[in-house]
Design a protein around this ligand. Structure first.
Ligand code: AHG
Ligand code: MN
Ligand code: MN
Length: 331
């Protein structure tokens, strides 16, 4: 019988293989797994919130019931702050970054997070996710963190991953040596390794874009999508859920390309560089896929601010190459 490996065992084995990996990172990854289970539990109860929340709409701690993305944000903040390995957190839900204990003077790592991605899908019971990115602090230990600790290139990521709250709940992450996916068994409350060494198929037949943006999108994107549509022999399918994590995950398994383009009214697109594009780009490259913005590398971009937006194209290498050819034709 095949041995089942839990997320915790997997993290510990990885630490043993790389003696230079500190216990702090192991602790941090473990904490992310714990927070994922708490948020998952709440996500699963989302449809009941209106019924169970009727009595004054307060939870067990006498707090007013929160929207799920605030709940997710608070949960990750609380658990990561308590763990001592995180010096600071940049979150989609917070205007400015948060310094953890002692003004961020201790703790080796900085976390960037989209606590709940695709949250407009919560009300209609469609899969949503969490995206996270872990960076090493740049400021020496013992000093207060500054902007430069948060505004780092994607190439500096130590870990990137996501949690997908879907028909099953999965945690998928990379530490820079491949991508592994774990599925939560709700009966025992453990993540088990279910998708070892995930790989983007080299090509695929899925394109994912918000079709309503197309008339406004840059000409390369327009040409690429027209090419997919005008060649029925290629068998392209359009699939767009509107939860980035979910669209990314499907394309990673089946092969495809996700596009959130620059448009006339939004030259930087919509998605955020630090906690949406960069972590998914790192995962894509680690899984043998590719990721770009209008000009080239996503991972090489130095963010100017925490919530900076970026056009984003990610998926199977052949499809990204096809898109790149459309940019060339344009010049
Ligand atoms: P978030 O819920 O974190 O704000 O992210 C929403 C994002 C992403 O998940 C999704 O792919 C995209 O917005 C959808 O945007 P459109 O509705 O413009 O297609
Ligand atoms: Mn998001
Ligand atoms: Mn979000």
């Amino acid at each position: 019988m095949r041995k089942t490996i839990t997320l915790q065992e997997f993290i510990m084995d990885a630490q043993a293989e790389f003696p230079f990996v500190s216990g702090q990172l192991t602790r941090l990854l473990t904490d992310l797994g714990v927070a994922a289970k708490i948020v998952n539990h709440q996500v699963n109860r989302a449809g009941l919130a209106g019924i169970l929340g009727e009595a004054g709409s307060e939870n067990a701690h006498n707090e007013a019931q929160q929207k799920l993305d605030v709940f997710a944000d608070r949960t990750f903040m609380r658990i990561l702050t308590a763990g001592k390995s995180v010096a600071g957190i940049g979150s989609e839900e917070q205007e400015d970054y948060i310094l953890c204990g002692d003004q961020g003077k201790s703790g080796k790592y900085v976390v960037m997070i989209d606590p709940l991605d695709g949250s407009s899908n919560v009300d209609v019971n469609v899969s949503i996710g969490t995206i996270f990115s872990i960076l090493r602090r740049v400021t020496p230990m013992g000093e207060a963190l500054s902007d430069q600790d948060f505004l780092q290139r994607g190439t500096e990521q130590v870990v990137a991953g996501y949690i997908l709250y879907g028909s099953s709940t999965m945690l998928v992450y990379t530490t820079g040596s491949g991508v592994n996916g774990f599925t939560l068994d709700p009966a025992v409350g453990e993540f088990f390794l279910s998708h070892p060494k995930m790989q983007f198929p080299e090509t695929g037949s899925i394109y994912s874009i918000n079709d309503a943006l197309l008339s406004e999108a840059n000409p390369a994107t327009q040409r690429f999508i027209a090419g997919c549509r005008e060649a029925p022999e290629l068998g392209f399918k359009s699939r767009y859920i509107g939860s980035l994590v979910t669209d990314f995950h499907r394309n990673l398994i089946k092969g495809g390309i996700y596009l959130y383009p620059s448009t006339k009214s939004n030259p930087n697109g919509k998605l955020r560089l630090c906690y949406e594009c960069a972590p998914l780009a790192f995962l894509a490259l680690q899984a043998g896929g590719a990721a770009e913005d209008d000009l080239g590398s996503i991972l090489g971009k130095l963010p100017e601010n925490l919530h900076q937006r970026s056009p984003f194209y990610v998926g199977s290498v052949h499809l990204i190459q096809g898109l790149r050819s459309c940019w060339m034709e344009n010049q």
